[in-house]
Design a protein. Structure first.
Length: 233
C-alpha cells in the first residue's frame, strides 16, 4: 500500500500538469511533510502538488524501516568517541540484523530499487489520468527523477534536480569524497574572498587543528528532545 496526497492551490484552478515530489533519502518519506508543507508548495507554484509514500518508506506497507538501527546504533555512535572503523562496523552489523529480519518476514528486497519506484510513479500517473507532469527531485528524488526521464520521457514536461544524487554514486566512499570536496571548496572560497580572508586568514589550517583537537578531546553537548528528555552527544 502506497498512500498518496494531492494538494490543490487555493487561489484558483490549476493547470493540467501538476508537480510530483519524489522522496529523498533514499528512504525518507515526504508523506508526513506533505501534510503541513504541501499546501504551501501548491499555493506558491499554482499547480497541484502530488506526494506519495514510496515503497519501503515508513508510511508505506510494508515498511523497510529499522528503528533499532536509527534510535540505538546511529545515535549511539554520536554518544561515543570510538574510532571510525568501530562505529562503521557497528552500523554495518545493525544493517545485517535489519536485513535478516526483513527477509525472515518474507519481504522480497529485490522489489525495492529505483527502477521499481519509477514504475510505481508511472502507474500513479496513469491512475490519476495525467498525460504530463513536472518533477521536483531533491537528493535521492533527483535520481528517481532521472529514472523517470528514462522510462517515461514523454510524460515529463519539466524537471528540477536539486542536490543531485546521480546514478552510480553512493556508499561511504562517495560520502567521504563529497565531504572532502565540500571542505576544500569552502576553504578555497574563503581564501579568495577578501572579507573572509581578512577575518579568517588561517582558515584551512585552523579547521584542521580544530578537527584534530576534537578527535583527541571530543566536545560534549546536551541535546533536548521533543519528549522532554535530554541526551548527551
Amino acid at each position: 500500500a502506497l498512500p498518496v496526497v494531492v494538494h490543490h492551490p487555493r487561489d484558483g484552478a490549476a493547470p493540467d500538469d501538476p508537480i510530483l515530489v519524489p522522496d529523498g533519502g533514499p528512504g525518507v518519506s515526504n508523506f508526513h511533510s506533505a501534510l503541513p508543507d504541501g499546501q504551501g508548495f501548491a499555493d506558491a507554484t499554482g499547480r497541484d502538488t502530488i506526494y506519495w509514500a514510496q515503497r519501503g518508506t515508513p508510511d508505506a506497507s510494508p515498511s523497510l524501516a529499522c528503528p533499532h538501527l536509527e534510535t540505538t546504533i546511529y545515535l549511539g555512535n554520536f554518544q561515543r568517541a570510538d574510532p571510525y572503523e568501530q562505529e562503521r562496523d557497528r552500523y554495518g552489523a545493525g544493517l545485517d540484523q535489519c536485513r535478516a529480519r526483513l527477509v525472515a518476514d518474507g519481504v522480497d528486497l529485490d522489489a525495492y530499487d529505483t527502477v521499481q519506484n519509477a514504475l510505481d510513479a508511472v502507474a500513479l500517473r496513469r491512475a490519476l489520468g495525467l498525460e504530463q507532469w513536472n518533477l521536483f527531485g531533491l537528493s535521492y528524488g533527483s535520481r528517481l527523477s532521472l529514472e523517470l526521464l528514462r522510462v517515461d520521457p514523454a510524460a515529463v514536461r519539466s524537471v528540477v534536480l536539486d542536490s543531485v544524487y546521480p546514478p552510480g554514486s553512493g556508499g561511504p566512499s562517495f560520502v567521504v569524497d563529497a565531504t572532502a570536496r565540500g571542505i576544500d571548496a569552502l576553504v578555497a572560497g574563503c581564501e579568495s574572498d577578501e572579507a573572509c580572508a581578512s577575518r579568517y586568514p588561517d582558515f584551512g589550517s585552523t579547521l584542521e587543528r580544530t578537527i584534530a583537537q576534537w578527535d583527541a578531546d571530543p566536545v560534549e553537548v546536551a541535546v533536548p528532545f521533543d519528549d522532554g528528555t535530554t541526551e548527551t552527544f
